[in-house]
Ligand binder design. Sequence first.
Ligand code: GAL
Length: 350
Amino acid sequence: MIYKEDFSHSQNNENIYLYTLRNKNNMSIKVSNFGASLVSVTVMDKDKNFVDVVLGYNAVDGYKDNDAYIGSTIGRNSNRVSKAQFKIGDTMYQLDRNEQDNNLHSGFNGYHQRLWKTTVENREDSKITFNLFSKHLDQGFPGNLNVSVTYTLTDDNKIKIDYKALSDQDTVFNMTNHSYFNLNGHNQEDILNHLLWINADFYTLINNESLPTGSIEKVDKTPFDFRVTKSIGKDIFSDFKQINIAKGYDHNFVLNNKKDLSKKIVSVISPKTNIKLDVYTTMPGVQIYSGNFLSGNKFNKDNAIYKKYRGLAIETQHFPDAINQSNFESPIIKANKTFKSSTIYKFSIV
Ligand code: GAL
């Protein structure tokens, strides 16, 4: 079932709404047409209490000033582009330089801060689609692009996010969801006690600007080995160059599932609530970001204080800067050919 309410608060008549999708187990998610943002995810814990497990804001004002990308739908390209430049064919394209000389999450005018058109596809199934038109050279990218993001909440407690894109020129397309999960509850302590499993034998190294060096390294015998479940906190303070650069985890893992949506890529468990999150995706990589720079306190839901390590972002995506790294899979979608990708976040209790 879908329930619609006003989310514009102090803003003037902008038709900003918050939609609640609920399944038969009373799990619910809230999404907004502002940024196609994921505002809350409320699931049952081991004691049958409902817990909101994503960071978020209680008013649209928070989403308008959201440099931590909380709950954001990132587009047209997630993660970093070195020198904020890339070439397709012989043409060089210039993006915003919003992180030193580089581009992060598509620059100053991200899709996460736009008003999307809403189509409620199916009230009974809890399925909602947001559409956006992004014209040629919007943010610097080539091609008139029609993009849609569909959130589906299923009765087996899955949130499925489907991205669909069609451009009239070859372009970069690499969208993700930037929700921060905290399975203790968004207003509880940090995520260092969470148990994490990642289905990845390799990860991509970063330089001092958090850009990939191009090198793909084994996780074996490093703090990045989550092939056997361990707590996020176990190695996060290791004196290891890659950890020191990012002040924690903020790295892309090379997924072993080979884009097979039926094969799990990540599992997270809170030993406090026993809530478990399993993630699936058709994308080749996932950026695991442990909230190392979180510090925002304005407009947070329940007046929570979101400090360092308060949430874990699990950003399914192409590898960072893939457009400039010849050994990474290309993030280019072809002109006039519909591109689709999907990510599933499934909740259960262990
Ligand atoms: C992540 C990125 C981090 C940080 C964060 C937003 O995707 O990898 O370095 O910029 O977004 O605060």
